[in-house]
Every structure is written in structure tokens, then in C-alpha cells.
Design a binder for this molecule. Structure first.
Ligand code: ATP
Ligand code: MG
Length: 332
């Protein structure tokens, strides 16, 4: 079976609908036909300012949500990045074959360092895409299911794999991006010109997958639309309404045209009320299951321990090859 690998950062108490629709639901579907590796990148989570107790708590919360949305640890390998030290070790080697200018062209660094300025940003944030390349290449993944926002990082991953292979001998599988076109990007409810993001969006711009239904309804009611009053999909001229239509469509499996037709001549009120209902039906069981998993961490610890052991079997073999190829003497 071909192998896929993907990760989601523990940078919020809850994942959001962009994460679910752009990534997690595909992860669940891919378990059927792929040898899937899914991990929680805690090393990535500390590239921006962080609080240790929060990182700890959110790592468990992330694991619980991954199980709640339907990842099955018997079929997929589910682990925490720092439990597999090979990630940091391979990242170092890749850092040494990455050009400074090449790393500087990564737009996420520009975006994420914009607030505090480049001078205040960490070197870890700068080299984040290289660590991500290590994550993927360690497992010889054939495909990487990610949202549109990760396309540039995946291009770097491919470049580094090809560069290493041609300089030091065939070592890495060059991965393909699996970017799902429809609902590829869910937008911020308050500013539909930017993507919904755990760390960059304001709370009112995010719909969490663990959101309390009444709070979700409130956010949907105040979501930015336009003054034209017609429920219609037009991503360029009506980004707010189109974003709500995308969410409605993805959560119900109905087409955007069909949904738009249902609200013809009704304005945005009824549409938003019904969307709140759809979101409520989605979040309610997820909230219950996540809560249950977090009450006793024993089950989560077992799942993560088993996942890390399986991940290390693959990762340690790749790292050994890499070390051999670059000429490191094996420890005797
Ligand atoms: P952060 O702000 O901490 O970077 P994030 O919301 O961007 O958080 P990530 O953990 O970086 O989330 O990404 C997890 C997965 O979710 C990735 O595959 C990413 O492509 C996808 N993703 C993130 N935001 C969106 C979005 N708005 N629409 C679709 N997919 C998204
Ligand atoms: Mg992100």
C-alpha cells in the first residue's frame, strides 16, 4: 500500500473547520487504502511563543480529537513528533543542504513573523519548513495530504529530497502533494480574504470542531457577508457567503448550487440559522467523545506509545541511511 503522512499542530485547544475540511476528513478517508502515518508536531508548535503547560495540554487534546474524528490507531500510525527523535536529527542534516535564500522565500515565515517583526521571530520558525521536510522524508511517504496553505513547503520538501538523492545517492521517496480542490481552503469568518487559522484568526473568525453550538450559532450570525442579500456562490465577489456555502456543502454532502437554490429570495438570515443547525449536529458528538477520551489519559498514552514505536521502526532506518550517505561514522 502506498504511504501517506501528515501532521497537525497542537496550537489551539480545538481544531477548526478549516483543519477538518481541508485535512482531517481526508486523513480519515485515506486510512482505507493507504499505509497512513499521522502525527502531532509538537516540535513545530514551539517555533512561536508558547507556554509549556499549554503545549502539554494541547498535545493530549489534539490526540483526543484525532481519535474522535475517526482516526483508527489499529489502521493508522498515530504519534507525537518529539517521541521520535529522528525528526530533529534529520532536520539538522537537511538544514545543511538548504540555502539561506531558499528558506527565506517561504511565505509562511513572512506571514507568521509579520506581527513581531523578523528580528523577534525565532530561528526555529525560519527553519520550520525544513523540519517539515524531515517529517515527510523520514517515512518515505508517497503522498502528503495537506491544505493549499502547505503547497510551498511541500515543494521545498521535494526539492530537498531530489537534491539529497542526486548528491549522495538515492535515499528518499519524492512525495506528491494531495491537495483536495473543493473546500481546499476555509476562510476566516470575520475576514474572508484570509484563511481560517488557529493562531492568526481572531476567535470570532474561527469555527472550532469542539465549539459549543450556541457559540457557533453566534459566530455564524455575525460572519461577514455582503449587502447584496443573495445566497449565491461567487468566491471572488462574495467571499464571505461563498465560504459559508462551502462549509454547509462539505458538512452535508450537498452541492453549493442546490443549497443556494434552497435559499433563493430569502436573504442570509434563514441560511445562517440552518447552517448553525448543521454545525451543531457536527460538533455535538465530537465534543462528547473528546471529553470522554480526556477524562482518563491512559488510553491516549497507550495509543501514542504504540504509534511512536511503529514510527521509529521506519524513521530510524531512514536516518541510518542518511548518516551513512553523508559519511558519519557509526557509533560502535
Ligand atoms: P497555525 O495557525 O498554528 O499554523 P493552522 O490552522 O494553519 O494552525 P496547521 O496545524 O498549520 O493549522 O495545519 C493543519 C492542517 O490543516 C494542514 O494540512 C493545513 O493545510 C490544514 N489547514 C489549515 N488551515 C486551513 C484552512 N483554513 N482551510 C483548509 N485547510 C486548512
Ligand atoms: Mg498553519
Amino acid at each position: 500500500r502506498p504511504r501517506v503522512l501528515s501532521g497537525i499542530q497542537p496550537t489551539a485547544d480545538s481544531f477548526h473547520l478549516g483543519n477538518y475540511l481541508g485535512a482531517l476528513r481526508h486523513w480519515v478517508a485515506l486510512q482505507e487504502d493507504y499505509d497512513a502515518f499521522y502525527f502531532i508536531p509538537d516540535l513545530h508548535a514551539i517555533t512561536v511563543s508558547f507556554d509549556p503547560a499549554t503545549v502539554h495540554d494541547r498535545t493530549y487534546r489534539a490526540a483526543a480529537q484525532l481519535l474522535a474524528v475517526g482516526l483508527d490507531p489499529r489502521r493508522s500510525t498515530l504519534f507525537v513528533q518529539s517521541h521520535v527523535p529522528e525528526h530533529a536529527e534529520l532536520a539538522w542534516v537537511l538544514n545543511c543542504i538548504t540555502g539561506f535564500g531558499e528558506a527565506r522565500r517561504m511565505t509562511q515565515f513572512k506571514d507568521k513573523s509579520a506581527k513581531g517583526g523578523v528580528e523577534a521571530a525565532s530561528v526555529g520558525l525560519f527553519t520550520y519548513p525544513v523540519l517539515m521536510a524531515a517529517d515527510v522524508l523520514l517515512y518515505q511517504a508517497d503522498g502528503v495530504p495537506v491544505g493549499e496553505d502547505q503547497r510551498q513547503h511541500l515543494e521545498l520538501t521535494r526539492d530537498l529530497a531530489q537534491r539529497f538523492n542526486s548528491r549522495y545517492g538515492d535515499t528518499f521517496t519524492v512525495p506528491e502533494p494531495f491537495i483536495v480542490k473543493d473546500t481546499a481552503k476555509i476562510l476566516d469568518l470575520q475576514d474572508p480574504t484570509i484563511k481560517m487559522s488557529k493562531s492568526a484568526s481572531s476567535p470570532k473568525g474561527i469555527l472550532e470542531i469542539l465549539e459549543e453550538p450556541r457559540s457557533a450559532a453566534k459566530k455564524i450570525r455575525s460572519a461577514v457577508t455582503d449587502s447584496d442579500g443573495e445566497v449565491r456562490f461567487d468566491a471572488a465577489d462574495k467571499p464571505g457567503v461563498s465560504n459559508l456555502l462551502s462549509i454547509y456543502s462539505a458538512l452535508t454532502g450537498r452541492g453549493v448550487e442546490e443549497i443556494a437554490a434552497q435559499y433563493a429570495g430569502q436573504g442570509y438570515g434563514a441560511f445562517k440559522v440552518d447552517l448553525s443547525e448543521v454545525v451543531s449536529d457536527f460538533v455535538t458528538p465530537l465534543r462528547a467523545r473528546t471529553q470522554e477520551l480526556l477524562e482518563d489519559k491512559g488510553e491516549l498514552d497507550l495509543v501514542l506509545r504504540d504509534g511512536a514505536a511503529r514510527a521509529r521502526e521506519v524513521a530510524s532506518k531512514t536516518l541510518r541511511d542518511v548518516y551513512d550517505r553523508v559519511g558519519f561514522v557509526r557509533a560502535s
